[in-house]
Write a protein that binds this ligand. Structure first.
Ligand SMILES: Cc1cc2nc3c(=O)[nH]c(=O)nc-3n(C[C@H](O)[C@H](O)[C@H](O)COP(=O)(O)O)c2cc1C
Length: 307
């Protein structure tokens, strides 16, 4: 039974990764699971300079999901490379560095740092909905990934600056996800990741205040899954590069929906907070499903939707 998949130059022993921002820097989860069984780890998004993130409260529960407005809290690229990356490398699975930048200059600097570092791929976060400073400086649209031309420009800039595998992380807060995915592909992305969180809000009716200090946040978890599956399917029909699907994957059944819709690999996000073993259980569940259905290679399941 073959579970391995290729994402650009990246070879994954299985297609199950943990999603950016939901797995810390792996150490927190070491006591719970054999991290080296994962296909890869995607880091929390790193920016050139450290960021404190947004004021609290930054998360809350919602029906079948959660809101977060962390605001890309991270120690900055230098501290990441010196203090976090060595431990991640010791795990022995590919490390995908998620990055964001406020200006093209910063983007170039962070890529240069990563070019010399032991990271296997770069996920370009074009879609974080909770960071105002990143939103307004980058393009006319609130998020880069809401604008096909801006998406093209940013992916192109990264393509010119690195030979590493580039994954463009896209936003569901758009009218036509396939158009944005196509722009990323044309600019040289080796893969696209979708979806990031859906912009949303909750109100405390006693105080009439927003629950999150940031007022709005990003919705994730099972509530977003049908939107994510639909977007993977739409993008799959338009683009040739692999799609990394995510959004509310909690168990093997929900993971399977993404492969059938067209995802070559998946990320597990919010599920990590409820069941730290979810990703490992999904890997064994996938093996079991392939065996039961006499499918020799997971690549034969990808995009196998019958309509
Ligand atoms: C607490 C939290 C923090 C997140 N931080 C990031 C981040 O730093 N960069 C990023 O690209 N996505 C981030 N995400 C989005 C996830 O990677 C993922 O795209 C999204 O949550 C949908 O998947 P899920 O429903 O399985 O969580 C974050 C999500 C959560 C819940």
């Amino acid at each position: 039974m073959k579970l391995s998949v290729n994402i650009g130059k990246l070879k994954l022993k299985n297609p199950v990764m943990v999603a950016s921002g939901t797995f810390g820097y792996a150490g927190e989860f070491a006591g719970f699971i054999d991290i080296n069984k994962l296909g890869a780890i995607v880091t929390k998004t790193i920016t050139l300079k450290p960021r404190p993130g947004n004021p609290a409260p930054r998360t809350c529960e919602t029906p079948a999901g959660m809101l977060n407005a962390i605001g890309l809290e991270n120690p900055g690229a230098d501290a990441f490379l010196k203090e976090k990356l060595p431990a991640l490398n010791k795990i022995g699975i590919p490390v995908i560095a998620s990055i964001a930048a406020e200006t093209p200059g910063e983007l170039k600097e962070i890529i240069n740092l990563l070019n010399d570092a032991q990271v296997n791929a770069i996920e370009l976060n074009l879609s974080c909905p909770n960071v105002k400073s990143l939103q307004s400086t980058i393009s006319g649209s609130p998020l880069i990934a809401q604008d096909a031309q801006a998406t093209h420009n940013w992916v192109r800039a990264v393509r010119k600056a690195t030979r590493k595998t580039i994954i463009a992380k896209l936003s569901p807060n758009v009218a036509d996800i396939a158009e944005i995915a196509l722009a990323a592909q044309r600019a040289g992305a080796d893969a696209v990741s979708l979806i990031n969180t859906i912009t949303a809000m909750s109100i405390d009716t006693k105080t009439r205040r927003p629950v999150l200090a940031n007022i709005t946040g990003g919705l994730s978890g099972p509530a977003v899954r049908p939107v994510a599956v639909r977007m993977v399917w739409e993008a799959y029909q338009k683009i040739k590069v692999p799609i990394i699907g995510m959004g509310g994957i909690m168990d093997v059944q929900s993971a399977l929906e993404f492969f059938i819709a067209g995802a070559s690999a998946i990320n597990i996000g919010t599920a990590n907070f409820i069941n730290p073993r979810a990703s490992i259980e999904i890997i064994s569940g996938l093996k079991q499903y392939l065996k039961e259905n006499k499918i020799k290679d997971i690549n034969n399941l990808i995009g196998s939707l019958r309509t």
